[in-house]
Design a protein. Sequence first.
Length: 179
Amino acid sequence: MKKILAFAGSNSSTSINHKLVRFVASEIKEHDVKVINLSNYPMLMYSEDEEKNNGFPGMTMALKQEISEVDALLISVNEHNGSWSAFFKNTIDWLSRLDRNFLEGKKILLMSTSPGKRGGVSSLEYGKNVFPRFGAEIVESFSFPSFYDNFSETSKTVTDETLLLGLNEVLSTFAQQIK
């Protein structure tokens, strides 16, 4: 049984990406999955001056430790204006300054969702280019379109059968890749 850390790149209390992460994490039965909320790891906006004068925030080191203790990551990246939110970009900036290879040897299931039909695909594609720079291997990815039309917040499940089948296929491949 492998250890997986799961989180969304959002600091919104109503994050649909966090809802997607929770659902997908609950579907992974053969591995130990820990879901965290990145809002519990607050960090000032990154700047060289801040790093030079005050060092690394304790929460950066705590999050890096969480990442180092797992075999794989399940990440759902949110999208603001075609890219990651400033919050998530800042988190990655701090982590990469602490250790350029903070994702070394980590396998990632990368996801995104949005209220629109594109499902945060621009942010997803950006993540596919960025995470390998820090040592990660993206083993699967999934864009979940039109979140509110395809996910029931009442039953906390995917309502579109085709999307659910696609997601289950991605999860199966991901689980096999991290064995």
